[in-house]
Design a protein around this ligand. Structure first.
Ligand SMILES: *[C@@H]1O[C@H](CO)[C@@H](O)[C@H](O)[C@H]1NC(C)=O
Ligand SMILES: *[C@@H]1O[C@H](CO)[C@@H](O)[C@H](O)[C@H]1NC(C)=O
Ligand SMILES: *[C@@H]1O[C@H](CO)[C@@H](O)[C@H](O)[C@H]1NC(C)=O
Ligand SMILES: *[C@@H]1O[C@H](CO)[C@@H](O)[C@H](O)[C@H]1NC(C)=O
Length: 312
């Protein structure tokens, strides 16, 4: 237990440290030396030991709900994509086509255990979610800079045919938390990607913001407020993106670890589902949660939201 806690703390810190965010893990957006160091004041947004213990306790209690959406979901593996984990409706629905969400884990680990409640929640709303890594590989495991690109290739080949006839490769989001957010930035250079979601992250190498000109897809940022070690970087990125990139940033003041451990991913689960429903399913009510902050249930729940470029 003790060493697991130590590893958790280490992975939290590493999640935004230059060492864990090199090009080999993150791709081109992680290239070079970090110039913007994480904000280490105010406890760096690290949860207390008591909080981590509680979080891990929650994580061990299996989520038997299958998510709050209409399509009860679970995790499984895909034989032809062995180093990833699928979160999807238990039965792929025949009445709808599922948009795809790819996900890179915090600290770029090769294990989505920390995020399984959150990813199951997204899947239950009718999404085909593929996370880097395999459940149970542990915090010592690592994903690579080609983990998200490999999943893009797999989707490109398999979605829309055979067993995956109801998976829609024309709606393809890349996303990730912390170090995984940098992986998402790099993967989003692929023209097949239609949307990017960055959770508790921002570029650690400020010089790489020059690469922003090469981006094409809208971006949603979900940050943990000023005590999140990624807050300053994420907010800077939100401001620095070129005008052609529509973006929205949502902050909930809970620090770097978000609410992923909570049942159905807590508030981060709700915000992510609203964002994907808006951007990938054309759900105007979901869009209002981000654009009409006077009436937004997300704002009522404590989120602070700013956007640029989206039309209400
Ligand atoms: C992956 O990382 C290696 C080592 O840093 C680098 O040589 C290679 O170009 C990277 N590949 C991608 C797709 O980013
Ligand atoms: C990165 O930092 C190291 C150590 O400070 C330095 O030796 C190296 O020249 C730097 N590399 C770049 C590309 O700035
Ligand atoms: C999965 O990861 C392991 C360890 O990094 C590697 O040896 C193996 O080739 C990978 N398998 C696939 C199908 O990518
Ligand atoms: C760093 O975190 C502290 C504590 O939350 C906050 O007061 C301060 O504004 C942050 N600094 C920056 C540059 O974001």
């Amino acid at each position: 237990m003790k060493s697991l806690l130590a590893l958790t703390l280490t992975s939290v810190v590493l999640a935004q440290s230059p060492a864990a965010m090199g090009e080999a893990q993150t791709g081109i957006f992680g290239r070079g030396n970090a110039t913007a160091q994480p904000n280490l004041s105010g406890g760096a947004g690290l949860p207390s030991l008591a909080q981590i213990t509680k979080d891990m306790q929650n994580q061990r209690e299996p989520d038997t709900t299958g998510g709050s959406g209409a399509y009860k979901a679970s995790a499984s593996s895909i034989a032809s994509l062995a180093n990833h984990t699928l979160f999807a409706p238990k039965t792929l629905p025949a009445d709808i086509k599922l948009p795809v969400v790819l996900f890179g884990n915090g600290a770029c680990v090769g294990d989505p255990t920390q995020f399984q409640k959150f990813l199951t929640e997204i899947a239950s709303h009718g999404y085909f979610v593929i996370a880097n890594g395999v459940l149970g590989a542990g915090f010592g495991s690592s994903s690579k800079n080609n983990s998200l690109p490999d999943a893009i290739e797999w989707v490109s080949k398999n979605a829309g045919t055979g067993e995956y006839a109801h998976v829609d490769k024309s709606r393809l989001a890349v996303s990730g938390q912390s170090c995984g957010g940098i992986q998402a930035y790099s993967a989003s250079l692929d023209k097949r990607v239609t949307l990017t979601a960055i959770f508790n992250s921002g570029l650690t190498v400020e010089a790489n913001t020059v690469l922003f000109d090469q981006l094409h897809a809208p971006i949603g940022y979900f940050l943990g407020g000023p005590t999140d070690i990624a807050y300053a970087n994420g907010m800077r990125d939100f401001e620095k993106l070129p005008e052609k990139i529509s973006r929205v940033v949502s902050n909930l003041p809970v620090g770097h670890m978000g609410t992923y451990y909570e049942l159905q991913g807590g508030q981060f689960g709700k915000a992510a589902v609203a964002f994907f429903n808006w951007q990938m399913k054309g759900d105007a009510e979901a869009g209002k949660q981000f654009l009409d902050t006077a009436t937004s249930p997300l704002v009522k729940a404590g989120w602070k939201i700013e956007s640029k470029g989206f039309k209400s």
